[in-house]
Design a protein around this ligand. Structure first.
Ligand code: HEC
Length: 143
């Protein structure tokens, strides 16, 4: 959220600049500068929006709502390995975990049981990027 605050500050500063420039005269240069500043501010607003959406998605909620809990417990192996075991195997490798969940990687935790997990990949593959990211962060946080 720090980055979001920083971006909001930047936008405020830039809008301040626009006001200053706009009141300072009507030369073409000033108009161009003001336009650039508005464009840049708009881009930052878009970025902030995305960050806010990402920050409000709970990976744990995705994990629960998509039914992963049916086979994965926090610390105990049930049908599937525990989240602790998965987090240990991936050891912070978020890109690797995301690749697996997008069906672009190999199973590394319990390859012998991969067929049981395989149908779930249709669910995880279809997740919006921000949800997949949050889900992976949640899984990795259970080390
Ligand atoms: C029907 C039971 C079942 C459900 C439901 C299930 N899993 Fe699995 N999962 C397994 C089994 C069994 C394995 C072990 C095979 C393997 O390692 O791929 C596994 C393995 C995994 C792994 C380790 C992959 C690796 O590299 O080996 C991840 C990550 C994972 N599951 C995530 C999920 C997520 C996220 C969901 C919910 C969308 C989910 N699972 C739902 C049974 C299930």
């Amino acid at each position: 959220m720090k980055k979001v605050t920083l971006n909001v500050l930047t936008v405020s500063l830039m809008l301040g600049m626009v006001t200053l420039v706009a009141c300072g005269g009507s030369s073409e240069e000033a108009t161009e500068t003001a336009k650039d500043a508005v464009e840049e501010a708009t881009e930052i607003v878009e970025e902030v929006k995305e960050e806010v959406v990402e920050a409000t998605i709970s990976g744990e909620e995705v994990f629960t709502s998509k039914g992963c809990v049916a086979c994965h417990q926090l610390e105990t192996k049930t049908v599937g390995p525990s989240l602790k075991e998965i987090a240990a195997a991936y050891d912070g490798n978020k890109d690797g975990l995301i690749a697996f969940l997008k069906e672009e990687g190999e199973a590394i935790v319990d390859p012998a049981q991969a067929a049981v997990m395989q149908p779930q990949l249709a669910v995880t593959k279809a997740l919006p990027a921000a949800e997949l990211e949050a889900l992976s962060e949640y899984i990795l946080s259970n080390k």
